[in-house]
Design a protein around this ligand. Structure first.
Ligand code: ADP
Ligand code: ADP
Ligand code: ZN
Ligand code: ZN
Length: 755
């Protein structure tokens, strides 16, 4: 192999999904950005071909024995893939891991902090693991290192303004004259007519918290020894100390309203043992440091002046600085990773790799700009360049023009989506892309306009004195009947204001997010939109058989795969392996069902059609209407039978939108709906939002995309910055007003984009 050849990852004849024998070279140790409309085939190249092959090669390094336990990665459909190095995928999948996974643990910063305390903390208490809430010796014994505990919600359990006779105890089993109530009454220790608010502390303590004791009582004329216990004590022992999940569903439902999760009374949420918490540096313990915003933590660590700690502090600062560089200075190390947004998760994962010492790795990013304000995009670019400069190959799927600009090499996939895409329409420099005449190149150059004829609201939805997370007593009116865009840098409080505060008051609002649609592996666009019902009826009436035959949950389904088209083989302790069904070859139906035709096509052939092809094929009014809504949201290219589980987040969001298009009088909330969308698709999306508003709905969108912001009827800008430096509304008004609002960072960037 020649020297220059090794400077490239070489792909020949790639045919995954819609790819049409694609061949290309990706320069190593450079940043290559893949662009193109959604559905054009970017992921098919980057994930299904390059990343899949890398994973397969990795698995080949294991012994045959180990390999039998690994998920089988089939060879991607391509003639050759050469010069691949190990690939690391840094995607937007949320970081799970429950309460024991935090920003500090996932970035490997917490172990360094523990090392620091074990070396220079006073008093000296021992090894680093003593400072870990995941270690039995470090964790708070009361809450097992979780920081929270379940307890009885007294405000729900008791009505202090009533007496026992009036039913002051609201817990189940304590209704007046009920079994438990009688036991309390029979003790003779309590005044049944006195309001609980008039009880002395001692009386209340005995009623609520007394330990179990035997009392002789008269029951049905017989003296009996009965165990008496404080009301809350008893409830706690019965339903909180024991796992309530072991009780009947009815009981669980009955007690749930009285149980709330609160801060652990022993560690006050710090999760650590008293010994660990008593160890301090400059008067602060490890929990104090972990609950500081990273921006502030850096200043605090810098103050530590101890020669023993110098090397530890150096590596700590380096990693913390990475968090700042990537625009996450508003996070705290103790923040649980499952509360991070997709974009935040991806950037946190990135920090881990920046600190790592791997070289010659192929890093693959899926739209890293998601969740980033235009102000912070250059920081992301800096980190991509840093990864490259360490000697790695960086491959990015991205739609944001400001990220695309930093590419050393651009691959534009298209020209359109699905079967009308799957080829490379441009390869080369950014300047060249602008002159290429491709959809991406053309959109990059188009002039940008502000909306001037903004709609008048039909009413208002009020938020008053909101204080959740970083919100500083925010009071704001959201106009009804218009398109409102909520903007602001990451961490300024947009999602807290809309997704938490607003939605808790308006549970009737319809949230259209990017989470997966369809619970069943059998769901596809045809079943989700209801097209399948009409198609089944059409097949049935033409062939004079039962419609049920054409459902893959029915007796018409292939018996071998039960209508899935694939067979899952479970392996002892790893992901199950998915193989195409041998019996039906993935067609999902029995041969006899496939023999029934509608206009010359079998049911399997219909499910293989794209929305666009189906629109040409069907004349049925209802089917056409439903297909048209899929087409209207830009999903022309998906096939009717494509499992919903293979759709991207952006596609899931649009398929949900498609089924909402004919409704009226609703409130819609969307969080970054432009994710996964090419600049040319955004026009489509705006069209849909405007249709919803014109039909009498209220649409509220959280967005960073300047195209969407410029087309709002009303903008609510949060800020001024992230975390404790944010949490205020800095601007309310129209697009043409925000560009003159000095306090608004968003306005400044919108203004720059116009010039
Ligand atoms: P992009 O990344 O450019 O948005 P994709 O590579 O995800 O595009 O998709 C290219 C085409 O292949 C689309 O028509 C998409 O619906 C289809 N496709 C993607 N994944 C699958 C799959 N697992 N099964 C069937 N079709 C798929
Ligand atoms: P935005 O949506 O503008 O990016 P968020 O509303 O997500 O901002 O965050 C605002 C502030 O609230 C940030 O400081 C963030 O770290 C904090 N925050 C958000 N969600 C949580 C949570 N579940 N627990 C603790 N803090 C949170
Ligand atoms: Zn605790
Ligand atoms: Zn089958």
């Amino acid at each position: 192999m020649s020297e220059s050849h090794q400077e490239y990852i070489v792909i020949s004849g790639a045919r995954e999904n819609n790819l049409k024998n694609v061949s290309l070279r990706i320069p190593k140790r450079k940043i290559t950005i893949f662009t193109g409309v959604s559905g054009s085939g970017k992921s098919s190249i980057v994930f299904d071909t390059i990343a899949a092959e890398s994973q397969r090669l990795l698995n080949e390094n294991f012994s045959m024995f180990v390999r039998t336990f690994l998920p089988r990665v089939p060879q991607p459909d391509a003639d050759a893939i050469e010069n691949l190095s190990m690939a690391v995928i840094v995607d937007q999948k949320r970081l799970g891991g429950g309460s024991h996974s935090t920003v500090g643990t996932i970035t490997d910063i917490s172990p360094i902090l523990r090392l620091l305390f074990s070396r220079v903390g006073q008093p000296y208490i021992g090894q680093p693991h003593m400072f870990s809430f995941n270690d039995p010796q470090g964790m708070c014994p009361e809450c097992n290192g979780i920081g929270r505990k379940l307890s009885v919600d007294l405000s729900k359990a008791l009505d202090m303004s009533k007496s026992l006779n009036e039913g002051a105890i609201l817990l189940p089993d304590y209704s007046v004259n009920g079994w438990e109530w009688n036991i309390i009454a029979q003790t003779g220790e309590f005044d049944l007519d006195k309001k609980l608010s008039d009880y002395s502390d001692e009386e209340l303590e005995r009623l609520l918290y007394a330990k179990a004791r035997k009392v002789k009582m008269d029951f049905a004329g017989k003296a009996t020894n009965i165990t008496v216990e404080g009301v809350i004590e008893k409830f706690t022992n019965k339903y909180i100390k024991q796992d309530v999940k072991t009780k009947s569903e009815r009981t669980q439902k009955a007690v749930a309203p009285f149980i709330s999760e609160g801060t652990c009374p022993s560690c006050h949420g710090a999760r650590l043992s008293q010994a660990a918490l008593s160890c301090k540096i400059n008067g602060l313990n490890i929990a104090d440091l972990s609950s500081m915003e990273v921006g502030q933590l850096i200043h605090t660590i810098r103050e530590i002046d101890d020669p023993v700690a110098a090397p530890i502090i150096k590596s700590l600062m380096e990693r913390l600085q990475h968090l700042v560089d990537i625009g996450l200075d508003y996070l705290t190390l103790d923040r649980e990773t499952d509360t991070l947004s997709g974009g935040e998760s991806q950037r946190v994962k990135m920090v881990k790799h920046l600190s790592g010492s791997l070289v010659d790795v192929t890093y693959i990013f899926d739209e890293p700009s998601v969740g980033l304000h235009p102000r912070d995009v250059h920081r992301l670019n800096g980190l991509l360049q840093k990864l490259r400069d360490k000697g790695n190959t960086v491959i990015v799927v991205e739609h944001d023009p400001d990220v695309i600009k930093v590419a050393d090499h651009i691959v534009d996939v298209g020209p359109h989506a699905g079967s009308r895409g799957g080829t490379i329409v441009y390869e080369g420099s950014f300047q060249g892309l602008l002159e290429s005449g491709t959809l991406t190149g053309t959109y990059m150059k188009r002039p940008f306009q502000l909306k001037h004829d903004c709609r008048q609201p039909s009413g208002k939805l009020t938020i008053k004195d909101a204080t959740l997370h970083n919100l500083r007593k925010v009071s704001v009116d959201i106009p009804a009947g218009v398109l409102t865009v909520v903007t602001g840098v990451a961490g300024s409080g947009k999602s807290t204001l809309i997704n938490k505060v607003f939605l808790s008051k308006h549970p009737d609002a319809i949230v259209i997010d990017q989470s997966a649609v369809g619970v069943s592996t059998r769901s596809n666009p045809a079943t989700y939109t209801g097209i399948m019902d009409d198609v089944r009826k059409a097949f049935a009436s033409v062939n004079k058989v039962s419609p049920g035959l054409f459902s893959f949950n029915s007796k018409g389904a292939c018996e071998n795969c039960k209508g899935l088209g694939v067979v899952y083989t479970d392996l002892a302790f790893l992901d199950s392996v998915k193989l195409p069904c041998e019996k039906c070859g993935g067609k999902r139906f029995k041969d006899e069902v496939l023999a029934y035709k509608f206009n010359g096509k079998s049911i399997a052939e219909v499910l293989e059609m794209t929305v666009e092809q189906a629109l040409e094929f069907f004349q049925l009014k209802e089917v056409v209407r439903k297909l048209q809504t899929l087409s209207d949201v830009g999903l022309n290219y998906i096939t009717l039978g494509q499992p919903l589980s293979t759709l991207s987040g952006g596609e899931c969001q649009r398929i949900k939108l498609a089924s909402e298009l004919h409704k009226k009088g609703n409130i819609y909330v969307m969080d970054e709906p432009t994710t996964g969308l090419h600049m040319s698709d955004i026009g489509h999306l705006l069209g849909i939002m405007n249709r919803l508003v014109d039909a009498g709905n209220t649409v509220i969108v959280i967005e960073h995309n300047l195209d969407v912001i410029s087309q709002a009827d009303w903008i609510i800008d949060m800020g001024p910055d992230g975390g404790s430096k944010g949490g205020q509304v800095v601007f309310e008004g129209t697009p043409s007003q925000i560009i003159h609002a000095e306090q608004s960072i968003t306005g400044k960037y919108l203004g720059n984009a116009l010039s």
